[in-house]
Write a protein that binds this ligand. Structure first.
Ligand code: GCW
Length: 741
């Protein structure tokens, strides 16, 4: 019965969209029964699993126009990587156009698609295309004529470039792009484009809101979930070429032989897709699993242990990527436990993997309870003096902002401050601080804002993007990491809209200069619908969504006001232990008279960590953008804002606006009912409802608390909080997902 109801509900949308026609009621009923009996309706439900690689049939007119351009596939399939490109094209073209083109060794018809490298494809070799300068990953897509036949050529210097080119060609078809007269050249400057999984060996995902870890450690190495291959396809489609399998709060067991066998099995699944595996390592592993008494990086026995461990790993996985390390931060062991520096620790590991071409990603997310200085300053204080002291195969992995993935932070002052060290960006794709799974918050604008921020370190135009892509200081080793939002949920990311953050991260990793709006557009067309009446309003809604979160959670530069530990919901009142720099009151510093963290030259002087022109702007109340005001300044509640309002009124306006923005998003989405499948429509609609409730909770709890300090009335026309402050303070959340106590 259930199946029949479900199929009956979904059909009108699916038919209207795919067949472009209305079916008679009788015919529909017959179809409902047939589908319900066969179960096919449910099997093909739009449950988000297919991500942006859905390859559903294009409208017939469009498909017909494309078919003439993809009448034959001329491509090698001698290696697993070539096979992957071939399989994807067959799957994609078959799905989009309703028929798979025949494959052949040579062009024999108009409209052939020729894919490969000069080494893999004699046809490509004969074209004598200039594939120099494409690197391993780059590719050309060109319209050409071969043996009198118009063809489309996807050429690269390396098989992985050809695979990326194949995905690009499919993207053109999925987004309604023209595939005539093509002359595209794509390269990337970002060498390492990595997803960091914060997955524990017991299946829990730290800050994961999409179910458990997708790695089935217990069944590995024997059982290879089909999902692993789909994961690799999705990543390859956006150019991600590395995956760190385990949490930076690492368990040393990952380095033991049974686990390394499992890692090897996963590496084997990912290899055809150009993805290398990396592991997070625990600095104390030589003690925990090596039987040594110390993990001192200058101890020869410790060095030998790591070298042997690296040799063991590379014997199993010759293309293993290297190590990611969180050391001396939030309770993790590290070189400072032995009076050594972060450089000593990183270099010891770098020496172990160097003979195999491996790298070390050493995290700069380091701050200490013992240090009473402003937490925002501590990473810079720690690492800036180490510039030039790291081995050539070490990257310093720096979070986008100086605190911790907040809805808005200024860029991290380390960008631009360490010219002799390759700095790797670390973004968070999982929404630890932006509403978990349910809030619709498209992170493209957040990523873009950071990448385009001008550090002014080497004069105007020294953007963060140019720091990390190596251009500014001439680094060839470059990288970017995103903390993954992937789990066992059928839709991978906890919501369909969260998939856009995975997608946007990958696209920006490939090219940090892409703009967030175009990426959103591409994603919407591939994921939901190419219908202009859907794409425009939904992209507008996505583009507005992150600012809405900033407004209802942490406007005007406020930050870190969430509940301790679980990070779900507001707790600006919290002043409890165990350490000050984990409490909201440390960050907002509000009292009866004013609010904000004074990081100006009269306060902690964190501004001085930025290049002088940037520091000058942040330090000066008349110049600082409103968005960063309370990050850098402590001001009275009656401080006069540019709008003419007092700071207090302005805060209330922003909080309220945040809630209103979510209401608008809901209204926009309601207008989309019927334009996409009912399953995904409904899920997003319900999630937006949750978001509205929680946005109001953030607003009301924040206003109630700050009002309890300043005793000021709300501006006219603004509703008081729904509940007294004591109600918000009484809420507790011991079981939220992703929590690490
Ligand atoms: O954002 C904080 C998280 C921790 C995380 C830490 C880090 C992996 O709350 O869960 O631990 O940052 O980035 O190391």
């Amino acid at each position: 019965m259930l199946a029949i109801t479900a199929v009956g509900l979904f059909l009108p949308f699916r038919c209207a969209k795919h067949a472009g026609s209305r079916l008679t009621a009788a015919f529909r009923l017959v179809l409902v029964l047939v589908l319900a009996l066969s179960g096919a309706g449910l099997a093909h439900a739009e449950d988000g699993y297919d991500l942006w690689l859905r390859y559903r049939p294009l409208p017939e007119a469009q498909a017909a126009a494309y078919r003439g351009h993809v009448a034959q596939l001329v491509l090698p399939a001698a290696t697993p990587r070539q096979q992957a490109a071939r399989d994807e094209l067959l799957r994609g073209l078959g799905g989009l156009l309703g028929q798979t083109p025949p494959t052949s060794d040579a062009v024999s018809v108009d409209g052939a698609v020729v894919v490969g490298t000069p080494a893999s494809s004699p046809t490509i070799a004969r074209l004598r295309l200039d594939t120099r300068g494409l690197g391993h990953d780059g590719y050309l897509i060109r319209s050409a004529v071969i043996a009198g036949h118009p063809v489309t050529v996807v050429a690269a210097a390396d098989d992985v470039g050809a695979l990326y080119g194949a995905f690009h060609l499919l993207r053109l078809l999925q987004t309604g792009g023209s595939i005539a007269g093509l002359d595209l050249r794509e390269t990337t400057r970002m060498k390492l484009r990595v997803l960091d999984h914060w997955d524990d060996l017991n299946g829990h995902v730290e800050r994961g809101y999409a179910g458990n870890s997708i790695w089935g450690w217990q069944k590995l190495p024997d059982w290879l979930e089909p999902r692993y291959t789909d994961y690799a396809r999705a990543n390859a489609s956006i150019g991600i070429n590395g995956t760190v399998l385990n949490n930076v709060n690492a368990n040393a067991a990952i380095l033991t032989p049974p686990y390394l066998d499992k890692v090897k099995a996963l590496a084997g699944v990912f290899r055809p897709y150009g993805i290398r595996v990396y592991l997070s390592v625990k600095f104390s592993a030589p003690i925990e699993i090596g039987g040594l008494k110390t993990a001192d990086p200058l101890d020869p026995a410790v060095q030998r242990w790591w070298r042997a461990k690296a040799d063991e790993i590379y014997a199993l996985i010759p293309d293993f990527g290297g190590f990611l390390v969180k050391a001396n931060s939030e309770g993790q062991p590290g070189p400072q436990d032995y009076g050594r520096t972060h450089a000593d620790g990183a270099n010891m590991l770098a020496d172990a993997v160097a003979p195999h071409g491996g790298i070390v990603m050493w995290r700069a997310f380091v701050y200490s309870q013992a240090n009473t200085d402003d937490r925002a300053k501590q990473a810079y204080t720690e690492f800036k003096p180490l510039d030039g002291k790291f081995r050539a195969n070490v990257l310093l992995q720096v979070k986008n902002g100086p605190i911790d993935f907040q809805p808005r932070e200024p860029f991290n002052p380390l960008f631009g401050a360490m010219p002799k060290t390759p700095l790797m960006m670390e973004f968070q794709v999982t929404k630890e601080y932006l509403g978990f799974a349910t809030h619709l918050a498209y992170l493209g604008p957040l990523f873009e804002e950071t990448l385009r921020a001008d550090t002014m370190a080497r004069g105007k135009g020294s953007t963060v993007a140019r720091v990390i892509d190596g251009e500014l200081d001439g680094h060839a080793l470059t990288g970017i990491a995103g903390v993954a939002n992937i789990g066992t949920d059928r839709d991978w990311s906890g919501s369909d809209f969260n998939q856009a953050n995975w997608y946007a991260y990958g696209r920006l990793a490939w090219n940090p200069m892409l703009d967030a709006r175009s990426i959103a557009e591409e994603w919407v067309r591939m994921t939901f619908s190419d219908d202009a009446a859907f794409v425009k309003p939904v992209v507008d809604m996505m583009m507005q969504s992150r600012e809405a979160v900033v407004d209802y959670m942490t406007p005007l530069g406020l930050h870190h006001l969430m509940g301790k530990g679980h990070h779900y919901g507001p707790a600006p009142w919290d002043a409890s232990g165990p350490r000050a720099d984990w409490t909201p009151v440390y960050y907002h510093r509000a009292d009866h008279d004013g609010i904000g963290f004074d990081r100006s030259s009269s306060g902690s002087n964190a501004v001085a960590q930025y290049a002088p022109p940037v520091a000058g702007t942040f330090n000066d109340l008349s110049k600082i953008p409103d968005a960063y005001l309370l990050w850098f300044h402590h001001v009275p509640w009656n401080y006069r804002m540019r709008s003419g309002r007092t700071l207090w009124d302005e805060l209330v306006v922003h909080y309220t606006q945040g809630v209103d923005e979510v209401k608008q998003m809901r209204a926009t989405w309601q207008r989309m009912d019927g334009r996409i499948d009912a399953e995904r429509y409904r899920k997003a609609a319900v999630f937006l409802g949750i978001q509205e409730k929680e946005a109001l909770w953030w607003r009301d709890a924040s206003i109630a608390y700050f009002q309890s300090l300043n005793g000021l009335p709300l501006p006219a026309g603004y509703a008081p909080p729904q509940h007294p402050l004591s109600y918000y303070e009484s809420l507790s959340f011991p079981f939220v997902p992703g929590y690490r106590p």
